[in-house]
Design a protein around this ligand. Sequence first.
Ligand SMILES: [Zn+2]
Length: 309
Amino acid sequence: MPSPLIRRRYTAAQARRRYLLSFVVVLGIATSALLFTSVLSAKNTGKLFISTDIAPVHSLVSMITGNTAQVDLLLRNGQSPHDAHLKPSDARNLQNADLVIHIGGNLSPQIDRQINSLVKTDKVITLFDVEKTHHIKDLTDHTDPHVWLDIENAKLWLQHITNVLKQLNPDELALYEKNNQMAQQSLTELSQLIASKLAPVAQVPFIVQHDAYGYFVNTYGLNNLGAITGSNGHHASAATLKSVQALSEQAVCVFADVGEPTAVIDVVNEQKQLSVGLLDPVGMRLDPGASLYSELLNTMADSFLQCLQ
Ligand SMILES: [Zn+2]
């Protein structure tokens, strides 16, 4: 029996019909089945249209699809996933995607809600919920949603995405398998490289602005003493600030988040004047694409190394 994920790509005639329908919608007569430029161009070239939430997910999916799909990225322009919401055009693209792949796990509550209400569940892959995905508790004992910073999770998802794509587009089965094999190999090597890079500074204590790095910290055995804002991105209370300030006495470095205001860092850091490093957990400073995920982890390792040594 075919999987519910298998959906025939549109013929040119169907695409034209749907395009005409979109004019009717603009007139306010219908409310769904809209087609927009990016989706249309994907359909016209016979490519799958896959919608992803954050740049690391966009990167992992692109590693497998190569140029057999148009992979759309919802969170661009430095939006933090914790308080991001979609533009109406993004929401319409979501409805027309062949597949939607997002983190879930309450990383982006508003986006997750929109995906749940706009997209049929058989077209959604929620990576947080993929079987055998590794979850950890954050520093305040809540489940940490920054699951992509565990390279073993990324490898598990690459395999899962490959399996789904093979069903969706069997014509490219061999390519997907080859790309997956190469990606698995390259992430294994990257993780070994990062481990050897960070081993000399593994014991050096630090604090972070945002409790987002537990997966990375655990994987490479780093010594994170505390975080100013929680793993949900909510602002620190006065009590938290005070306790982190006390922890900073033993730290040698404090890491700010790219794209976040640094005022809290200044408050925590006013007494001891620690070195300030910069971390970019969603790749805001990197160009989206297949290589972003590896660059993100590599850059993160370099930032830790630079500040801690
Ligand atoms: Zn975060």
